[in-house]
Design a protein around this ligand. Structure first.
Ligand SMILES: Cc1cc2nc3c(=O)[nH]c(=O)nc-3n(C[C@H](O)[C@H](O)[C@H](O)COP(=O)(O)OP(=O)(O)OC[C@H]3O[C@@H](n4cnc5c(N)ncnc54)[C@H](O)[C@@H]3O)c2cc1C
Length: 416
């Protein structure tokens, strides 16, 4: 049984979320408290729902539309799509796919095309909008599953696998099964490990151009039908064609936190001028993705947890997604978060009466896949932004090595 959180009293725990660890062997008595309604937390809630296990998701944002949800995500057949299948949402997911967006091109800084691959419909990484994917997951849950406007400010162990969660408004809940799906700066993570994310030495600056075919035709042509990469070591312009002619750009700069701190991000004109200066001499249709930006440029510092970090089992609590294994964006994070959610949901459903066994099984596999993805991500970042870019990236797409001849067998269909 779950009770609504209530005002904290001097007795500290004023609201109790009663959660059976399943000692009766009945899934009906298991109730899972999930912190964070991102893709990972929602996938877990959905898979639990499919198996008849109740869950409550506490989310800091005040409503599903409180924040723009970001851009396109390619959903992989070996993790994200499997998670959605486990969630019983494959048909709904297929309805969200943006056709033709698997096209990839690499441009030189003068705008000339170095590599161009059309979307011929044979790709296995369909692109969807993150906001639509999240909406689909929300719609698949029983009403009231997500409690909006519940920002966790702290957590503390009460012993015997129970935990108290405190929200910013002073209310609390107590749970026997707590899952931190609250992203990079997880408030649940300290229950398990002392590690914190560290700045990865690079940041994105995000811009948007709308109705690009009509209003920004040169940039629309440069970006093409899907993803466009224009790269030099330490500097890059990456853009996606989203729905309705929207061009979503991530400008990457390998600079320190201090370098970005010297720019006043409340002044869009200053940001645009300062960032565009770093791309002096690049083709105007590329720099226009910055200078013609129609939204205030948003700074996204990239942070990561140590590759391969893990923790000893702590009864009654675990993590998934970015809260567990944050890496610099490598095209896997959202896919992995959904996969973690699905795997954890399956493990709990498969072991009624043995929550600890389920958490241990889930964590062992999750540690391995998180570490592998992070290591591959590091490799991918070197191909994208390292000394040999853009030829290293093109070689990845074509199966050649950056230095030498052809190798068709090693052709790689990863998309960053
Ligand atoms: C610029 C950029 C581009 C990316 N591109 C891709 C891509 O193309 N493909 C891909 O697979 N991945 C991509 N990623 C990575 C991906 O966004 C993350 O890995 C993924 O969102 C992780 O999902 P999650 O559910 O673990 O966490 P999140 O999506 O971060 O969700 C966490 C949720 O918890 C909530 N929350 C946070 N703190 C609290 C709190 N204290 N109390 C209550 N709720 C809280 C948040 O509001 C949020 O709703 C990208 C990341 C960035 C930064």
């Amino acid at each position: 049984m779950t009770t609504q959180p209530t005002q904290n009293t001097q007795n500290a725990v004023s609201a109790e979320q009663t959660v059976s660890t399943g000692t009766t062997g009945s899934n009906d008595s298991t109730h899972v408290t999930i912190i964070g309604a991102g893709l990972g937390g929602l996938t877990l809630a959905r898979v639990l729902h499919v198996h008849g296990i109740a869950a409550t998701v506490y989310e800091a944002e005040t409503s599903p539309t409180a924040r723009a949800q970001g851009g396109m995500l390619d959903i992989h057949d070996y993790n994200g799509q499997l998670a959605l299948e486990t969630a019983g949402l494959t048909d709904e997911f297929r309805d969200l796919i943006l056709e033709g967006r698997e096209a990839i091109r690499v441009l030189d800084v003068d705008g000339s095309v170095l590599f161009d691959k059309a979307d011929d419909g044979t790709g296995v990484r369909p692109e969807v909008l993150r906001g639509e994917l999240r909406r689909m997951l929300l719609d698949s849950l029983p009403a009231g599953t997500v409690r909006w406007g519940h920002k966790v400010s702290g957590t503390r162990p009460l012993g015997a696998g129970r935990h108290e969660v405190t929200f910013a408004d002073g209310t609390t809940v107590v749970t026997d099964l707590l899952v931190g799906a609250d992203g990079a700066w997880s408030r649940v993570r300290p229950l398990l490990t002392a590690v914190t994310p560290e700045y990865a030495g690079m940041s994105f600056v995000e811009t948007y151009l709308f109705d690009s075919e009509t209003r920004h035709p040169a940039s629309a042509k440069a970006v093409g039908g899907g993803s466009m990469f224009a790269l030099t070591p330490g500097r890059a312009i990456l853009a996606h064609r989203e729905s309705g002619g929207t061009l979503h750009t991530y400008v990457m700069l390998s600079e320190s936190r201090e370098w970005f701190a010297a720019i006043d991000f409340s002044d869009s004109a200053e940001v645009t001028a300062r960032i565009a200066k770093e791309f002096h001499g690049w083709a105007p249709e590329l720099t226009a993705l910055i200078t013609d930006g129609e939204t205030a440029p948003v700074l996204r510092p990239l942070n990561a947890l140590p590759v391969g970090h893990r923790w000893d089992r702590v009864p009654g609590v675990t993590l998934l997604g970015d809260a567990a294994h944050l890496s610099v964006p490598n095209g896997e994070g959202a896919n992995l978060a959904m996969y973690d959610g699905a795997e954890l949901g399956k493990a709990l459903a498969a072991r009624p009466g043995d929550v600890e066994g389920a958490l241990a099984e889930y964590e062992q596999a999750m540690f391995t896949r998180g570490a592998e993805a992070a290591a591959e991500g590091t490799e991918l970042h070197e191909l994208l932004y390292g000394d040999k870019t853009p030829h290293s990236l093109i070689a990845m797409f074509t199966g050649e090595t950056a230095d030498s001849g052809d190798n068709e067998d090693s052709k790689d269909d990863r998309t960053p």
